[in-house]
Structures are given as structure tokens and as C-alpha cells.
Design a protein around this ligand. Structure first.
Ligand code: 13P
Length: 267
């Protein structure tokens, strides 16, 4: 049984004041769903401490947006996985397309970051996805399999038992252009098949156990339809996670789509 998960990726947005205001409005909405679904917020690193304190005992988990592939040393500007773990992070996004494209992180580098996150006892959220040109050239599966294979080569397929995969088509991120349910289903099924196919026969059915979430212009208006798809286990939300009403409604849509309706618990 795959527990649904909703992750808010704030990207490089926020301020002490804005974060406080957002969380005060958001947390009462999220806590209604915290038993039904897993919830995580990934603020920019300078705000991890603040957000950790604001999350308190709500059950909403803290995540980071990236981690170094090195343990420690002369890597100016990087945050080690151990540091993030020490700050209370449970999840770390790795391989986001903004890192791959804007900061030229290769799939091998992403794999090293994935390894570091796992070694520090946290759950990597591995982002994969194709550009518009790649999709139009019929390369979607090839690109995604290459991104997955690099991680398999680094840590082995069994490591996916402790990971989340996020399918984020690059052309759908921040554009308002969501992938269609057919496109999402097709890729999610292929990811499951790839993982199952890479696992040794004797191992648990990793393909079926793996949580695969979708990201790319998810909004209140389209969330339920996306989350109702059989192979979608939740969402990685950018822009809409910065709005309490919107993100709260998306959490509600995920709980509803997962068959858990209404108020589950209040603290
Ligand atoms: P948007 O929800 O703003 O399209 O961003 C998706 C994303 O990149 C989450 O990591």
C-alpha cells in the first residue's frame, strides 16, 4: 500500500515574514489531512530552522531542495546531507530540472546527491522529466530511463525502496501547461516498469511499492483529476504551494482521490 504524499517546493521564494504568514494560514488546513497523506514542505535552506519551528508537532515534515554529493569539505555554497538531517529534514529533492538545466547538474552528479541523502537517513525525492524538444522528438522514455539508470548505477535498484520519484515534465513546470492524464499515466507506468524490471526477481515488487508523484502546474482545479490516476501517488507542487488556500485544497484533493474524505484529525 503506497501512502500518498504531497510536497511543497517553495523554490527560491519567501522571507521570514512571508513564511510565518503562510504557515499560520496553511497549517490548520494541512493538519486535517496529515493522517491520510504524508505532507512535506521544502523551503530554501536559510529558512529550514524557521520552518522547522513553525511545523512543530503538526506531523507535516520538513524537506530540503538539494543536498551535496560530498560528505564535507571545500565545497563553497553546498549543504551536506548530514547538515540537512541535523536541521530536521526528512526529505530532500534531488535532480530537479532547474538544477539539471540552470546549474548543469549531470545525472551522475544527481546520483551522488541521491546517495548522500540516503546515507544520511533521509528520503530522496528524485525528479525526472523530459524537455519539450525531447518529447516532440519521441525521446521521453529514453531521457527518463537514462536519468533513472544513473541512480541505479550509483546506488543499486534496492535503494528505490527508500525513495520517492517525481515525474516533472520540464515543459509543464511553472507554465500553466499541465501534462494530460494520458501523458502522466503513460510515464508513471513506464517508471514503475523500469524499476520493476531492474529489480532482482527475489526482491519485493519495487515497481509496485515505489511512490511516484507528479509535478508541473498542479493547481486546485486540476489536482483531483491527476491524483485519481492509478499510478499517481501524490504531487510535487511549486507555485501553488506558496498559497495557503490553494495548497490546502490540493492536499484535500489528494486525500479525496486516495479515498480518505473529510476531516481526519485535528491536533
Ligand atoms: P509548478 O507547480 O510551479 O509548476 O512547479 C512544479 C515544480 O517544479 C515543483 O518542483
Amino acid at each position: 500500500m503506497r501512502k500518498p504524499i504531497l510536497i511543497g517546493n517553495w523554490k527560491m521564494n519567501g522571507s521570514l515574514q512571508a513564511n510565518q504568514a503562510l504557515m499560520v494560514r496553511l497549517l490548520p488546513r494541512l493538519r486535517l489531512f496529515r493522517r491520510a497523506i504524508d505532507l512535506a514542505i521544502c523551503p530554501p535552506s536559510p529558512y529550514l530552522f524557521q520552518v522547522r519551528d513553525l511545523l512543530g508537532y503538526t506531523g507535516v515534515m520538513l524537506g530540503a531542495q538539494n543536498a551535496a554529493g560530498y560528505v564535507s569539505g571545500a565545497y563553497t555554497g553546498e549543504n551536506s546531507a548530514t547538515m540537512l538531517q541535523e536541521m530536521g529534514c526528512r526529505y530532500v529533492i534531488v535532480g530537479h530540472s532547474e538544477r539539471r538545466v540552470l546549474f548543469h547538474e549531470s545525472s551522475q552528479e544527481v546520483a551522488a546527491r541521491f546517495r548522500a541523502v540516503l546515507s544520511a537517513g533521509m528520503t530522496p525525492i528524485l525528479c525526472v522529466g523530459e524537455s519539450l524538444t525531447e518529447r516532440e522528438s519521441g525521446l521521453t522514455s529514453v531521457v527518463i530511463e537514462q536519468q533513472l539508470q544513473a541512480v541505479v548505477d550509483e546506488v543499486g535498484i534496492a535503494a528505490f525502496a527508500n525513495a520517492v520519484v517525481a515525474y516533472e515534465p520540464v515543459w509543464a513546470i511553472g507554465t500553466g501547461q499541465t501534462a494530460t492524464p494520458e501523458q502522466i499515466s503513460e510515464v508513471h507506468q513506464k517508471i514503475r516498469k523500469f524499476v520493476a524490471g531492474s529489480a532482482p526477481e527475489a526482491s519485493i515488487d519495487l515497481g509496485q511499492e515505489l511512490r511516484i508523484v507528479y509535478g508541473g502546474s498542479v493547481k486546485q482545479a486540476n489536482a483531483y483529476d491527476i491524483f485519481s490516476l492509478a499510478d499517481v501517488d501524490g504531487g510535487l507542487i511549486g507555485g501553488a504551494s506558496l498559497h495557503a488556500d490553494e495548497f490546502g485544497a490540493i492536499a484535500g484533493a489528494l486525500a479525496d482521490a486516495s479515498g480518505v474524505t473529510g476531516e481526519v484529525s485535528a491536533i
